[in-house]
Design a binder for this molecule. Structure first.
Ligand SMILES: Nc1ncnc2c1ncn2[C@@H]1O[C@H](COP(=O)(O)OP(=O)(O)OP(=O)(O)O)[C@@H](O)[C@H]1O
Ligand SMILES: [Mg+2]
Length: 349
């Protein structure tokens, strides 16, 4: 039970395939304030591993991290990776509110590739639903379908780590909350460069419009460099972190990385074209997040390939207050914590 005067406080937990990221935010004077944050490397991803032990392993890692960074709240919000969830923006003819749920379900059945019995179906409106609409109006609905089994896996993991799950979201939705302004009408792209996948999302007025997951991330780059140079993965990873796209010509590193990056950027371009064809609005700005953002020369390289798009720095912390002496460190780690922070902020907006 929540007692009068008790503070609202939530932990956002981003369970990535390479790292867990945690951010705790509490209400102070009516606004969200940063309490603590931290990350920990993990050997196997909760989503990626099919072994039953992965739940306890991940729960133990979550417990360790939350103790290490002194998390105070037990109320947690986590997210499924974009690639685990089917999402689509659909249009349905306007119906009275009472019939909405069944109309959306009926329409979703045509889009969702598996049986609706096996998924948790969720939806949100891109423009608020008008209860006084009329026949012939169209309603735009973002439908998401997450496999029930996967939802159970994530919720069980949180519970075994002694957290009380408050909500389960999709990573791109958390990114949109952390990085974009709901009042912003012009579209903006978010590119999350993770360890096992890269996600491109177009956001308008704070809501997702299109989203695509590309199964190429830092791990593919690391393995590629290890193979090209005949070195182990740990050395290849430190080379990527130290030199990245600035490595000397002829070493093979740059050409190896370029191949994978170009694949990600080609899919990114396709997604933006898809968005343009459907909505007739051009995306002119993009925010890049994820661990790979720190690779030397990466953002500049992306700027040369997507040269008609301005790369805007990620500043997820703008929505929370924090001690001023943390400003420069928070700015530099912002791209790593955008998902976790967006999750922690869910109950504040
Ligand atoms: N400076 C750097 N240069 C290149 N790669 C980096 C750098 N720092 C971290 N990485 C890579 O980023 C990855 C971690 O990024 P991130 O935390 O975004 O991944 P994740 O969320 O665990 O993965 P995913 O979202 O794909 O499941 C690691 O694989 C690491 O090799
Ligand atoms: Mg991630």
């Amino acid at each position: 039970m929540k007692l009068f005067g008790s503070r609202k406080s939530y932990v956002g937990i981003d369970i990535g395939s390479a790292q867990i990221k945690m951010v705790e935010v509490e209400e102070r004077g009516g606004h969200p304030a940063l309490v603590t944050y931290g990350l920990a490397a993990i050997a196997n991803g909760l989503y990626q591993s099919a072994r039953s032990e992965i739940i306890d392993e991940t729960a133990a890692a979550l417990k360790n991290l939350s103790h290490a960074i002194h998390v105070g709240s037990t109320h947690a919000i986590t997210a499924l990776p974009g690639l685990a969830v089917f999402s689509s923006l659909i249009e349905i003819p306007w119906v009275p509110e009472k019939q909405l749920a069944s109309a959306i379900r009926w329409e979703a059945e045509q889009y969702v590739p598996t049986s609706l019995d096996e998924v948790v179906l969720d939806w949100s409106f891109t423009i608020p639903y008008n209860p006084r609409g009329k026949k012939g109006d169209m309603v735009s609905v973002l439908v998401t379908a997450a496999p029930k089994e996967l939802v159970a896996k994530y919720l069980t993991t949180l519970e075994r780590a002694e957290f009380t799950p408050v909500a389960l979201e999709v990573e791109p939705a958390a990114l949109a909350r952390a990085l974009t302004n709901p009042g912003r009408v012009t579209p903006i792209a978010l590119l999350d460069l993770g360890a096992s996948s890269s996600d491109i999302t177009v956001v308008e007025q704070g809501t997702l419009r299109v989203n695509r997951s590309i199964p190429v991330g830092a791990q593919v780059l690391v393995n590629g460099v290890a193979k090209t140079l005949g070195i182990d993965a740990a050395r290849a990873e430190s080379l990527l972190k130290r030199e990245g796209m600035r490595d000397g010509e002829g070493s093979g590193v740059v050409s190896t990385i370029k191949g994978s990056l170009d694949q990600i950027l080609k899919e990114t371009r396709l997604t933006l074209d898809l968005y343009f064809n459907r909505f007739h609005r051009e995306v002119k700005e993009m925010i890049i997040t994820g661990g790979m953002t720190g690779m030397p020369g990466l953002v500049e390289y992306i700027g040369t390939i997507l040269n008609d798009i301005e790369i805007v720095p990620a500043d997820p912390w703008r929505a929370v207050s924090f001690p001023p002496e943390l400003a420069s460190v928070l700015t530099s780690i912002g791209p790593n914590y955008a998902v976790a922070l967006g999750l922690a902020l869910r109950e504040f907006v």
